[in-house]
Design a protein around this ligand. Structure first.
Ligand SMILES: C[S@@+](CC[C@H](N)C(=O)[O-])C[C@H]1O[C@@H](n2cnc3c(N)ncnc32)[C@H](O)[C@@H]1O
Length: 370
């Protein structure tokens, strides 16, 4: 009996350990260690002594300041107006089967709204313990506690790769060091929506003005598959059969370079270099056109799954009235590269808008629409 209870405890402990590294050595919180690569962190801003954070730190309320690995000013809490949260959920097209994360979840309104509005599962990660406590109370009152959970931790230390949508409201100085982690760890197709501030350097897939009177802009990105590297590809040849009746294939090599969702590349057959035109990558769908020697231009579309691509080629870009032929490619081991070009110096100052920190310009939290 004791052994069964002990095994169950160990199993539970290892399951919760799957989410984040511990926040403090003395922490009693339930989300404990899973080794994560540390993202680069920003420097302590010169103005940190004036910030809302350090004021609260001096009251001894924060336990996270010495846990970050390197010091960084933590964005102040500024809630996204509920109406804007609804717009973010709509822009990300959140559905019932989504797992929605809010990195820096404040009072929990985004994951709670994603569960209430779209029936999704929600996860909030928040450093300020009193906000986590408040979120857990609100989620119980909102009746969606079975679908939403809150993690008291630093999101840089957490594994949120099970997300299918990420909705955030963070300063650019925090979004920027998050960029390599988002690109490396999220699944292709994961939607990211950010309120007011974009992710420096990463071209957005969409942006739209906020309809609510608070103004500002919503930015959206779709995480691309990583197609960088050298691929050994083969394309089934139309009409040609081997003497035993099998399909004949043309082999070629693809050399792809990728930054964010932008891909450049060329193909090679033997010593002959061939251009790839109209290369597009949306989530896990790669498409380009290629003219093989002596053949007509082909439009190739393929689904990327890790180090493999499988798809079809058609003789005209529209594919109309042309037979489809299969093509596939396998990435040469060790040729995959990072999608992030490397971080520029991270801005340390808080963005200002009309001379005041923009988070302070938000309307006060309105719990009535929760
Ligand atoms: C501007 S508020 C946004 C709150 C909420 N997402 C919303 O939109 O209403 C930013 C929040 O991120 C939290 N935060 C900042 N850096 C964090 C980090 N590294 N890990 C966890 N939370 C963080 C802050 O404590 C703050 O509550």
């Amino acid at each position: 009996m004791t052994r069964t209870v002990l095994s169950a405890f160990i199993l539970c402990a290892s399951l919760v350990a799957l989410s984040c590294q511990p926040l403090t050595r003395s922490s009693t919180r339930e989300d404990t260690a899973r080794p994560q690569p540390q993202a680069p962190r920003a420097e302590e801003p010169a103005s940190a002594g004036d910030s809302q954070d350090s004021g609260r730190k001096s009251e001894g309320k924060f336990e996270f300041d010495m846990t970050l690995g390197t010091s960084q000013a933590i964005d102040p809490f500024g809630p996204t107006p509920h109406e804007v949260v609804a717009e973010m959920i709509a822009l990300a097209e959140v559905r019932k089967d989504d797992v929605v994360y809010d990195l820096g979840s404040g009072d929990g309104r985004i994951p709670i709204a994603a569960a209430k509005q779209a029936g999704a599962r929600g996860v909030g990660i928040e450093l300020r313990p009193e906000l986590v406590e408040q979120s857990r109370k609100t989620v119980a009152e909102a009746g969606v506690a079975d679908r939403v959970r809150f993690i008291h931790n630093d999101f840089f230390k957490c594994d949120f790769s099970d997300a299918t949508a990420i909705l955030v409201y963070l300063y650019p100085r925090t979004l920027l060091p998050l960029r390599p982690k988002l690109l490396a760890e999220l699944k292709p197709g994961t939607r990211i929506v950010a309120y007011r501030y974009g992710i420096e350097g990463w071209p957005r897939d969409k942006e739209q003005p906020v309809k609510h009177t608070s103004g500002g802009t919503l930015y959206m990105w779709v995480v691309p598959a990583n197609v960088s590297g050298t691929w050994r590809a083969s394309l089934v040849r139309e009409g040609r059969r081997t003497w035993w009746g099998g399909r004949q294939a043309t082999s070629f090599t693809l050399h792809l370079q990728q930054t964010y969702q932008q891909v450049r590349g060329k193909a090679r057959i033997g010593s002959q270099e061939l251009p790839l035109d109209d290369i597009k990558l949306k989530a896990d769908t790669l498409s380009f056109s290629l003219k093989l020697p002596g053949g007509e231009p082909l439009a190739l579309v393929g689904k990327v799954k890790g180090d493999r691509v499988q798809g079809v080629a058609t003789a005209s870009p529209s594919g109309a009235a042309s037979a489809e032929r299969a093509w596939q490619a396998v990435r040469v081991r060790g040729t995959k590269a990072s999608l992030d070009p490397g971080l520029p110096p991270i801005p340390v100052t808080e963005p200002t808008d009309g001379g005041r920190p923009p988070f302070e310009q938000q309307p006060p939290p309105d719990s009535s629409s929760n």
